[in-house]
Write a protein that binds this ligand. Structure first.
Ligand code: C2E
Ligand code: CA
Ligand code: CA
Length: 528
């Protein structure tokens, strides 16, 4: 159908919907997988943090044991305690140095013996633990210090930061892990920093020890989720992708189907968008309006009034023309019936029909219904047959034409002379009128040969006793020539263009000597 009935904006819902339908399963699937991965990551990061806490707890247990052994010695002279201090370093794998303090002074060290350094309990979280960024022996090297006291005496045990680092690196090789003690923390680079450790981008967890004042912070870097998604779910991802494409494709197909010309015509029919336009047919002599041809127009909501040659061929092709003609006849009858007083007796109403109408007898009922709207004899229904689709003389078609004839319905051969089977039709069907095609009328005043053809058609109709209608009459020269040739009826822009029912009735009422208008006629027709 040349008419583009659906000319959507570039991003109309018709374009967007398939994308949405395609993307939704993918997005839902991704969301579920993401949620699943997040859960897995959180569980993994919690388990790792727990392991690190347990490991550091274990190290600190060792330090606490050493401190318990040494605590009774605090306050005794360094010479007496020194051996015990060194023995703890040797026996205990995690202990790097042991020290004793009294009155805020570290006075004895496993490494140096007598010593003199201030000790401030406030440096230690809970008075027990201090994460240091090195000391005088190993400056810049992480050190965890454990302090146990009894009054103003006590023991100080250190463990090398490397033990913590090994725990962080081995237990959670793929995670961002930190150990925090008070306001200091250490990450996998081994450097001790002040403040709060940075939160991990994914599955961020913090787990504190229940026995010592430290906590472990874990989680994953950004991009871990995406990486897992790609490595763990390639099959599921592909399936989702296929599902999305299939769903989007199906949706697009469905939308296209719904907006096909066939569906659009069906919609238009249901919305009653096909209107009858009326073109007057005048009789010879006084050129009064003796009838009208009903021409279909599509009052399209977006395209406006659509010409029949843009949609009739498709309607014929798709077989919808029968239902459309039925609706058109009903519309025509309802428009004219209230104004039958305007119509002279035997007023011709021409309806165009095609081969599809001749496949069964339903046209009989349609004609019957149409005629029932008018007083008997007021209207002469004429069916105009074209040759666009060949009408076969099947038994059904022959029966149809015979019964139409019995009903008083007339048959006119439209566009006579243009097709190959015009003469065949004349023989097979009971034809009452020939409609001379406008191309022949246009030849009037032209070369002699063309004129001969026109004359021959007129002559033929006279010999066969058929009425004759000339269409496409545009000039007075054509009108007068046809009148002189004895043509019964004429139709063309010279007498009137196809017009809506209200204009047609108005013009009909305005004809000199026109019939009286009925009571209750709409004001626009009364004014006409
Ligand atoms: P058609 O049956 O031969 O109708 C005559 C066509 O010639 C109409 O075009 C009419 O407007 C146009 N016409 C009338 N007088 C003049 C004139 O003086 N000069 C010129 N140049 N043209 C004139 P329209 O209305 O566009 O219809 C075109 C065709 O569409 C019709 O040709 C008919 O074959 C088809 N059609 C229209 N309505 C229906 C319908 O309800 N059913 C079917 N099956 N076909 C229809
Ligand atoms: Ca016609
Ligand atoms: Ca015609």
């Amino acid at each position: 159908m040349p008419l583009t009935v659906n000319r959507p904006a570039r991003w109309s819902w018709r374009t967007l919907l398939p994308w949405i339908v395609g993307v939704v399963p993918l997005a839902c699937g991704l969301a579920v997988m993401n949620w699943q991965i997040e859960r897995e990551l959180r569980a993994a990061s919690q388990a790792t943090a727990r392991q690190v806490v347990e490991h550091v707890d274990h190290i600190l247990d060792n330090l606490a044991n050493a401190a318990q052994v040494l605590l009774p010695l605090a306050g005794s002279p360094c010479v007496d305690a020194q051996l015990a201090l060194r023995s703890q370093v040797t026996r205990n794998a995690f202990v790097r140095s042991t020290n004793l303090f009294q009155h805020h002074n570290l006075y004895c060290s496993s490494l140096f013996g007598d010593f003199d350094e201030p000790v401030d309990a406030h440096d230690y979280t809970d008075g027990r633990l201090w994460l240091m960024n090195g000391n005088s022996v190993t400056p810049g090297h992480a050190l965890l210090v454990y302090r146990a006291s009894d009054g103003d005496r006590g023991a100080i045990i250190t463990v090398d930061g490397d033990h913590l680092l090994t725990a962080l690196r081995l237990i959670g090789p793929e995670e961002a892990l930190q150990i925090r003690v008070g306001n200091a923390w250490m990450g996998k680079d081994g450097a001790v920093q002040d403040g709060v450790p940075p939160a991990a981008a994914a599955a961020d967890v913090t787990l504190g020890s229940t026995r010592y004042p430290f906590s472990v912070h874990g989680g994953y870097e950004a991009g871990k989720q995406g990486e897992l998604l790609r490595s763990h779910y390639p099959a599921l991802l592909s399936l989702l992708l296929v599902l999305g494409v299939v769903a989007g494709g199906a949706c697009r197909w469905q939308i296209r189907r719904a907006s096909s010309p066939r569906a659009e015509l069906r919609r238009a029919l249901e919305a009653d968008e096909f209107l009858p336009y009326f073109q007057p047919v005048v009789r010879k002599g006084d050129y009064r309006w003796a009838g009208a041809e009903v021409l279909m127009r599509w009052n399209h909501p977006r395209e406006g009034l659509v010409r029949p040659d843009l949609f009739i061929p498709y309607a014929e092709h798709s077989g919808q023309i029968v239902a459309m003609t039925r609706a058109l006849m009903l519309h025509t009858a309802q428009s004219l019936a209230p104004y039958t007083a305007l119509l002279e007796d035997g007023f011709h109403i021409g309806i165009n029909i095609t081969a599809d109408h001749c496949r069964d007898l339903s046209l009989l009922d349609d004609c019957q219904t149409f005629l029932q709207h008018f007083p008997p004899g007021r209207v002469r229904l004429t069916l105009e047959l074209t040759e666009r689709k060949l009408i076969e003389a099947t038994p059904v078609a022959l029966e149809l034409f015979a019964k139409l004839h019995d009903m008083g319905v007339m048959i006119a051969l439209d566009d006579f002379g243009t097709g190959q089977s015009s003469l065949n039709y004349l023989r097979q069907f009971k034809v009452d009128y020939l409609k001379i095609d406008q191309s022949f009328v246009a030849m009037i005043g032209g070369d002699a040969l063309s004129q001969h053809i026109l004359d021959s058609i007129i002559e033929l109709s006279a010999k066969l006793g058929l009425g004759i209608v000339a269409e496409g009459v545009e000039t007075e020269v054509q009108r007068d020539y046809l009148a002189r040739s004895g043509v019964d009826f004429q139709q063309g822009y010279l007498f009137g263009r196809p017009m809506p029912a209200s204009d047609f009735l108005k013009a009909l009422a305005a004809q000199p000597g026109g019939a009286r208008l009925p009571q209750g006629a709409p004001p626009e027709i009364m004014r006409g």
